[in-house]
Structures are given as structure tokens and as C-alpha cells.
Design a protein around this ligand. Structure first.
Ligand code: HMG
Ligand code: MG
Length: 303
């Protein structure tokens, strides 16, 4: 366990896409600057999707342009060629395509079945390869679907292999509705790991049922070393009923640092980023660690 873990920060995309209060382009750029300052260098900054489907991500072009000069690796979601064209016009160097392991969620989220989603990705990946752009692949509902129920590890492995063979450099496995438990997470990762090196897998676990840290630890035992997390535990997918945010970055950093695994993240600066963005959208952080540290700070200030 005692090696490095790469954190991909989701706060500015997965975190904000499901919030009732939209955050302005300037607010999103300021948030990303805070995250960078806290030591998070790989950040998903927006999505080039239908503005009718996700109005919160309108302006992602300005956000990407607004941060491109900063030292970091910036990712954006693209569901199809149209999204890729916008991403490319803004100078994107990494794009993420996204599908699911279950047909029900795939249709609700991107209005097509899994096989058709792959067909939509083919020209994206071909153009990205020609442009020298890297493509990350997401699979949602890897541990359960809000529409179809249980999802078999084999179904996840099949989609993962398809994305890998297509040319994705990393496959991010999403427990979209946070229903997984550690043994199920292990079983799913082993099935996917039979086709793809563990080093090329990422865990994208939402914390809806409070299982995300346990599932991440279980995945680390299987050898996975990339974790998607959102500052403050913000967000969720609007097309997954009842879904809440990603595992909180603060909670992941606390766990890893406590295990002697260096993350390069400055917790106090991360807390500032979280406190500012949650104040902007009018809610308290979902992160247990952020809440504990804020309470400690308030007590110290009152003494
Ligand atoms: P569609 O209706 O099948 O597509 O939507 P279409 O090609 O028929 O186009 C319909 C309209 O969308 C047209 O506009 C297009 O121009 C427009 P209209 O003529 O009606 O005015 N359009 C676009 N606009 C901007 N950018 C584009 C684009 N493509 C079409 N790229 C589509 C298909 C995928 C576009 C739509 O369903 C959509 O945008 N869905 C949003 C999906 C989404 O962003 N979900 C949340 C992110 S995924 C997630 O959170 C899960 C993840 O975190 C992992 C996990 O936790 O599991 C990644
Ligand atoms: Mg997600």
C-alpha cells in the first residue's frame, strides 16, 4: 500500500453539475485556482454536453480557456463528436467519454444504449489520436443501477475492455449511486483487471450510502492507485435519482496521509477551496473531514 496514489479532482464538474445554484464562469475558475493551489494538479473542469441537459456546465469553454495557462492537467467530458469539437477548439488536451455498464442508466444519461454510445465515441477517439489528445473512459453504474438494479462484474468488464481496445488510456469505474460494498467492489475490479492493467483503472465512487472510503480501500488492496474525488463531497449525476456527491477529496486525503501515502495536497488550502465554493452555493460540505476541521477551527477561534 505504501506507494503513491493519483487523485483526479472532480469538484468543478461532477461536483457542480448537480447543484441547484449555478456557479458563474469566474466562480468556477476561482475554485479551480484554489484547488491547484492546494496541490491538486489533475482537475476535471467542465463538460461539453447539451446545455438543456446540464445547464450548470454552460460556459465550460470559457472555464477551460480561463485555466489553460495554469500548471495542471485539465479534463473535460465529451459525449460525442460535437462535444469533442468544442473541447478541441478550446485547446483540450485530455477528454473523457462516458458510458455505463447498464442500459437503463445509459439511456437516461446520454439518450442512447451502450453499443450506440461506443459508436459515438469511435470518431472522437480517432480524431483525438490524430490531434494528440488523450482520451479517458468512464463507465457508470459499475456496482448497481437506479433503473436496472444489480450489475454483473462481467458486464462492467465487457464495457471496460471495449473502451480500452478503442484506445482510452485509463478507465474510470463509477459507482454512480454509491450502493457498492467492499467485497462487491473487489469482485468488480478483479473482473475488469482480467482485461486491463490495474495501473490503468480509476475508482470513481459516490458516497451515497457512506461506503466510498471502504470501497476505495478495498480497491487499493486489489492494486488500483487512481482515485476520483470531489472537494467537499459535492455533486452527483442529475440523471441518477437520489445520487449524492463523489467521495470527498478531504476524506480521501485524510485516509491516505494517515496511511503514510503522500498525496501532495495541503489540507488547509483544500479546506479553504471547499469552504468558499460551498458558501457560494449555500450549503455545508458533505465531507466529514471538512466538517471536523471547520468545527476545530471555530472552537480555536472562540477561545
Ligand atoms: P441527444 O438528444 O441524443 O443528442 O443527447 P442529439 O444529437 O439528438 O442532440 C440533441 C440536442 O443537444 C441538439 O440541440 C444538439 O445540438 C445538442 P437542439 O437542436 O435540441 O437545440 N447537443 C449538444 N450540445 C452541446 N454539446 C454537445 C451536444 N450534443 C448534442 N456535445 C447528449 C445526447 C449526450 C448530448 C445529451 O443526452 C446530454 O448532453 N446529456 C448530458 C449527460 C451528462 O452530462 N451527464 C452528467 C455527466 S456523466 C456523470 O456524471 C457520471 C460520471 O460522473 C461517472 C459516474 O459517476 O458514474 C462521469
Ligand atoms: Mg460521477
Amino acid at each position: 500500500m505504501n506507494d503513491t496514489v493519483r487523485i483526479i479532482e472532480m469538484g468543478a464538474r461532477d461536483g457542480l453539475q448537480n447543484e441547484k445554484t449555478p456557479v458563474s464562469v469566474a466562480g468556477r475558475i476561482a475554485f479551480i485556482e484554489r484547488l491547484l493551489d492546494a496541490g491538486l494538479h489533475t482537475i476535471e473542469v467542465g463538460a461539453f454536453v447539451s446545455p438543456k441537459a446540464i445547464p450548470q456546465m454552460v460556459g465550460s469553454d470559457e472555464v477551460l480557456r480561463g485555466v489553460s495557462h495554469l500548471p495542471g492537467e485539465f479534463h473535460v467530458l465529451v459525449p460525442n463528436e460535437k462535444g469533442y469539437e468544442t473541447a478541441r477548439a478550446c485547446g483540450a488536451k485530455v477528454v473523457s467519454v462516458f458510458t455505463a455498464a447498464s442500459e437503463g442508466f445509459c439511456r437516461a444519461n446520454i439518450n442512447c444504449g451502450i453499443a450506440e454510445s461506443i459508436e459515438r465515441f469511435k470518431p472522437v477517439v480517432a480524431r483525438a489520436r490524430a490531434d494528440g489528445v488523450r482520451v479517458r473512459g468512464y463507465i457508470s453504474t459499475v456496482l448497481g443501477c437506479p433503473f436496472d438494479g444489480a450489475v454483473k462484474p462481467r458486464a462492467v468488464a465487457d464495457v471496460a475492455k471495449t473502451l480500452w481496445d478503442l484506445g482510452c488510456y485509463e478507465i474510470s469505474l463509477g459507482d454512480t449511486i454509491g450502493v457498492g460494498t467492499p467485497t462487491k467492489a473487489k469482485e468488480m475490479l478483479r473482473a475488469v483487471g482480467a482485461h486491463i492493467p490495474m495501473a490503468s483503472l480509476a475508482m470513481h465512487f459516490h458516497d451515497t450510502y457512506g461506503q466510498a472510503l471502504a470501497n476505495l480501500y478495498a480497491g487499493m488492496e486489489e492494486g488500483v492507485r487512481v482515485i476520483d474525488a470531489a472537494a467537499g463531497g459535492l455533486g452527483g449525476c442529475p440523471f441518477a435519482p437520489g445520487a449524492t456527491g463523489n467521495v470527498a477529496t478531504e476524506d480521501v486525503v485524510y485516509m491516505l496521509e494517515g496511511m503514510g501515502i503522500k498525496t501532495g495536497v495541503d489540507m488547509s488550502k483544500l479546506l479553504t477551496a471547499t469552504n468558499e465554493i460551498t458558501a457560494l452555493i449555500g450549503r455545508t460540505p458533505a465531507s466529514r473531514v471538512a466538517n471536523a476541521l471547520n468545527a476545530k477551527k471555530r472552537k480555536a477561534n472562540s477561545e
